[in-house]
Design a protein around this ligand. Structure first.
Ligand code: PLP
Length: 429
């Protein structure tokens, strides 16, 4: 595979941008080699600057659930661009997107639009602290909630892939208010809450772990979180930045029937443009300025281009049969992978909820950060590079989810399964 253009662009990028990338997960550090520079993408396919074409399962890390450059989204965004790209004043578009979110997501009665998932989670945290008058927060090891100071303690995603220890620059006095518990460990949660529940402002969780690879909640886990938080006056926050509009139109809370107090959204609701959101019960949300005293603002919040893309995306997703189709395709892909693994004689664990899935090179059952860390990352490195050679673009880390889109065809999936078998053989050497 020719990579000369990507290599050359990466050399220049490193001169002007730290590490040559604007988000560390894009670097190929965990898998060796340098990142591909992308020229364009259409539907389920992504093309690099050397003209190599790949079937894409990264989906821009989740948002592109209807594939790249969907004609409906492109058309709507182009139309809006002619009318102006930012006003710093309200538009009807924002209310339309907000209404769609409120209609879809069970816990959300009122929602504030921001520009990223990080902004959504750190604002929700501030709101929870302002609302309860408490400082402490609880999160789970291996969950990633963006790069806000309070949330970067024992985090997943790039922090995990790069094996970074605790992040310098985070004030120790702040970090000490972040309490970490192992994912799916109901006993640890109960013990923590019986000890200090009344001091805890909020518990934030990915209702399906998505940033240490996919780690589904065990039966009863989310229900227990709901129970203990309610009993101690702690707000339960579901970080649905990945799962929102991914695992069902109403997110993981709809799928599992557990309703949090606050919900964070991002990725899909921007239709590929920068949008985040946090919402919940009106009585809580009304503590945000200008109604309440908890301050949060944004020059480009509710940006008309981004919101237009989001509205079109939700229109596409609300068509009948979309999630059933995603389920069917994802199941087909993962079944193919499972057969390949068996044929190739590799030990691997599979996890999947709807159209988000992972394959870990481990024999352990996947329940937590500790179990995913038993994966053979050296084998993953060889597998990742072999997949690229075979024309399949997956996340450059063992600890990230794969994403199916609604525009992958059966033929794309068959090709992927075939390519994966070759990649596994190559990786085994
Ligand atoms: C991606 C992600 C974030 C951060 O969103 P950004 O838009 O990258 O700031 C937060 N929480 C979860 C669960 C995510 O997957």
């Amino acid at each position: 595979m020719k990579r000369t253009q990507s290599e050359s662009l990466f050399q220049t990028a490193q001169k002007y941008i730290p590490g040559g990338v604007n988000s560390p997960v894009r670097a190929f550090k965990a898998v060796g080699g340098n990142p591909l520079f992308i020229a364009k993408a259409k539907g389920p396919r992504i093309t690099d600057v050397d003209g190599n074409e790949f079937i894409d399962y990264v989906a821009s890390w989740g948002p592109m659930i209807f594939g790249h450059a969907h004609p409906k989204i492109v058309e709507a965004v182009s139309r809006q661009a002619q009318l102006g790209t930012s006003f710093g004043a309200p538009t009807e578009l924002e209310t339309r997107l907000a209404q769609k979110v409120v209609d879809a997501v069970p816990s959300v009665e009122s929602v504030r639009l921001v520009s990223s998932g990080t902004e959504a989670t750190l604002s929700a945290l501030r709101l929870a602290r302002g609302f309860t008058g408490r400082d402490k927060i609880v999160k789970f090891e291996g969950c990633y909630h963006g790069h806000g100071d309070s949330l970067l303690v024992k985090a997943g995603s790039g922090v995990l892939s790069l094996g970074l220890p605790d992040c310098p620059g985070i004030v120790a006095d702040l970090a000490k208010n972040t309490l970490n518990v192992p994912y799916n460990d109901t006993q640890a949660v109960e013990e923590l809450f019986s000890r200090m529940g009344k001091e805890i402002a909020c518990l934030i969780v990915e209702p399906i772990g998505g940033n240490m690879g996919v780690v589904p909640p065990q039966p009863g886990f989310l229900e227990l979180l709901r129970k203990v938080t309610k009993a101690s006056g702690t707000l339960l926050i579901f970080d649905e930045v990945i799962t929102g509009f991914r695992v069902s139109y109403g997110g993981a809370q709809k799928l599992y029937g557990v309703t949090p107090d606050l919900t964070c959204l991002g990725k899909i609701i921007g239709g590929g443009l920068p949008v985040g959101a946090y919402g919940g019960k009106k009585e809580i949300m009304d503590h945000i300025a200008p109604v309440g005293a908890v301050y949060q603002a944004g020059t480009l919040s509710g940006n008309p281009l981004a919101v237009t893309a989001g509205i079109e995306m939700l229109n596409l997703l609300s068509q009948p049969g979309v999630y059933e189709d995603l389920e069917k395709k994802s199941e087909k892909l993962c079944n193919g992978f499972k057969e390949n693994v068996k044929k190739a004689g590799v030990t691997a664990a599979f996890t999947r909820v709807g159209s988000m899935f992972s394959m870990f090179f481990t024999g352990q059952e996947i329940v937590s950060f500790d179990s995913v860390k038993t994966s053979d990352t050296d084998l993953f490195r060889r597998y990742f590079n072999a997949m690229l050679e075979e024309g399949i673009y997956i996340a450059p880390s063992q600890f990230e989810a794969g994403f199916m889109s609604a525009v992958h065809t059966d033929d794309d999936i068959d090709k992927t399964i075939e390519a994966q078998f070759c990649a596994l053989k190559k990786a085994l050497g």
